[in-house]
Design a protein around this ligand. Structure first.
Ligand code: C5P
Length: 236
């Protein structure tokens, strides 16, 4: 598969054309960003770890009935994915309070959230990804009502599938962010699922095993991602 022209470069991934009109190549880079891109560092091996981690999770979701854009791994740092028209909202589910919900609502970090919360955020770095609701999404035309319902239902379904996967290996899926897109009339899970876009804690010790290690300057970021992969039985 030949890598064609670069059509988009995000904070941690670049997107290239492929030999197929209906598919793109995602290149996972070592760049690691926090605070809406204000801080960016290169972390050795992170592109490879996230590419393989994402492939593993997307295949697990697909096997459990979730339609994803993932097609196949192309190399250590590249994957072939369906070409989607991305919906510019992020879907976040939280099983335990941490991060922005604690600041926004004055909730104690570590509190169990039952039932889990679901939130939409607008994908817009300049505005710091503000939280938005279904009414905003309808009024401003970011997605149609069917897509809104699909994203909410599918994100909660992904939460059920992945909470179990992590729990079976002694880890707690605290929260995560998903993005969706359309190919024709069909909706697919897009973007990525990796420790860059979720919070994962050890169930017993509550040690952080995700990008909060980078945000909080705790060190051992990629080592933690590798430990999560290894506990899931994923050989990198
Ligand atoms: O910052 P906040 O607490 O709202 O993040 C919730 C979850 O969504 C975290 O796991 C975080 O890593 C993820 N997230 C993300 N990309 C964003 C915002 C949040 O991956 N732009």
């Amino acid at each position: 598969m030949q890598r064609g022209e670069e059509i988009y470069s995000g904070k941690a991934k670049s997107v290239f054309k492929s030999d197929r009109d209906d598919a793109l190549i995602l290149h996972f880079r070592n760049d690691t960003s926090a605070f809406d891109g204000e801080r960016i560092e290169q972390l050795d091996r992170k592109g490879m770890v996230n590419n393989k981690f994402n492939a593993f999770i997307m295949q697990h979701l697909e096997a459990n009935g979730v339609s994803t854009h993932f097609i196949e791994l192309l190399s250590d740092t590249e994957s072939l994915v369906r070409r989607l028209d991305m919906i510019p909202v992020e879907c976040v589910v939280r099983n335990v309070a941490s991060g922005s919900i604690c600041k926004r609502l004055g909730i104690e970090d570590g509190m169990t959230l039952s039932p889990p919360t679901f939130e939409f955020f607008l994908k817009n770095d300049a505005l710091h990804d503000p939280m938005v609701n279904e009414s905003h999404i309808a009024t401003f035309g970011w997605a149609d009502p069917e897509a809104v319902a699909y994203m909410q239902k599918t994100t909660l379904q992904v939460n059920d599938i992945l909470s179990k996967l992590f729990a079976d290996s002694g880890m707690l899926l605290v929260d995560f962010k998903l993005e969706f897109g359309k190919q024709g009339d069909q909706l697919f899970l897009g973007d990525e699922f990796s420790p860059d876009g979720c919070r994962i804690w050890d169930i017993e010790t509550r040690e952080k095993l995700d990008k909060d290690r980078f945000r909080k300057g705790l060190g051992g970021v990629v080592e933690a991602y590798e430990a999560v992969a290894s506990r899931l039985g994923l050989a990198l």
